[in-house]
Ligand binder design. Structure first.
Ligand SMILES: [Fe+2]
Ligand SMILES: [Fe+2]
Length: 155
């Protein structure tokens, strides 16, 4: 599967997992620290921290440079700025979540707000990539270049 198709599959998975995250937060508010919610959250944490960082990193390392080479005025600078905002929300989410997990009940609203900020910025970001940036890349890169995106690097 070429990189852009793979990224779109991952976007769809993130949309579903963001929905699960919102439902778990709602469940915690209503029911408190139930086992189901705690286990689900623990499973979602790497998805929205380590995995998300790698997803953005693959876009930054393999795809964005190829677009910048060919097009002067693209969404790439905006995407990079959004990656930073998304990574910041991700770090705030993880930090607050870990405090709360250790028993600091006052940390709850902090990580919930960070999770909401992550959801808000990440969903529109993925839409821009799916609907604007990836179609642009498909237009300006040959099929062979698209196939090589996963192995290409800046060196
Ligand atoms: Fe991105
Ligand atoms: Fe993405």
């Amino acid at each position: 599967m070429i990189l852009m198709d793979q990224l779109i599959v991952e976007h769809q998975d993130y949309v579903e997992k963001l929905q699960t995250l919102a439902e778990v937060i709602q469940g915690l508010r209503v029911n408190g620290r139930g086992n189901y919610f705690m286990e689900t959250l623990e499973g979602l944490l790497p998805v929205f921290t380590t995995d998300l960082d790698r997803h953005a990193g693959r876009e930054e390392d393999f795809l964005f440079p190829r677009i910048v080479e060919r097009v002067n005025d693209s969404l790439v600078p905006v995407m990079l700025t959004e990656h930073e905002a998304i990574r910041q929300a991700s770090r705030d989410f993880e930090k607050g979540y870990r405090l709360w997990r250790q028993g600091d009940d006052a940390a709850f609203e902090g990580w919930v707000n960070a999770a909401a900020a992550l959801r808000g910025s990440f969903v529109t970001h993925m839409q821009k990539e799916n609907l604007i940036l990836f179609p642009l890349a498909r237009r300006i890169l040959t099929p062979d270049e698209q196939a090589r995106l996963t192995t290409w690097n800046d060196g």
